[in-house]
Write a protein that binds this ligand. Structure first.
Ligand SMILES: Nc1ncnc2c1ncn2[C@@H]1O[C@H](COP(=O)(O)OP(=O)(O)O)[C@@H](O)[C@H]1O
Length: 170
């Protein structure tokens, strides 16, 4: 079974991956699988542009967890969408040294439910669970994800309403 761990940058994917690794549950990062599909490096945005369709088409489904903000596009059996309230997300990204432009862009995408909407276009609802990390510890989030993967917790599509953050700086 393959589980995709996705979410807007700053929602906690890397932090959760580190917790799983420490617990002896290996996590593969999407970056490790994208090498052959990098088209160019966008120096201004410090990010690689990848051929997403070619990456998805070539992806050989694996056992375990794959982490990254595009992994919901993969043929995963389950998808965990991490969420974070836009103003808290902005604070996390600023602490990481992101430019203000990238902070606002990601906070807006989170307020718009952008990744969740994409996930719903690719996967049936029962494969998807949404976890709001705003007010909980990374350990708690990792516990919830483990329970969902084991089949001990039902999926949840409880979507927070962050529309008040739309169209304004956070
Ligand atoms: N419940 C939580 N789950 C995951 N990360 C959290 C949580 N609460 C706070 N954080 C913090 O949010 C930040 C998330 O950053 P990171 O894991 O790099 O996100 P991503 O990989 O999604 O870009 C970290 O500083 C982490 O400590």
């Amino acid at each position: 079974m393959m589980t995709a761990l996705t979410g807007t940058p700053g929602t906690g994917k890397t932090t959760i991956a580190a917790i799983f690794t420490a617990r002896g549950i290996p996590v593969v990062s999407q970056k490790e699988t994208m090498g052959p599909h990098i088209l160019e490096h966008d120096a201004d945005r410090d990010t690689d542009i990848i051929d997403e369709d070619a990456w998805v088409d070539a992806f050989v489904p694996m056992e375990g967890i794959i982490e990254g903000h595009l992994t919901h596009l993969l043929p995963a059996d389950r998808v965990v969408v991490l969420r974070c309230r836009p103003d808290i997300l902005a604070a996390r990204l600023r602490a990481r040294g992101y430019s203000e432009e990238k902070v606002q862009e990601n906070a807006e995408a989170e307020a718009l439910d952008a990744i969740l909407i994409e996930t719903l276009e690719v996967h049936p609802e029962e494969q998807i669970t949404v976890i709001d990390t705003t007010d909980q510890s990374p350990e708690q989030t990792a516990d919830e994800i483990e329970a969902f993967i084991r089949g001990d917790a039902p999926h949840s599509l409880a979507v927070p309403d962050w529309s008040e953050y739309l169209g304004r700086r956070v």
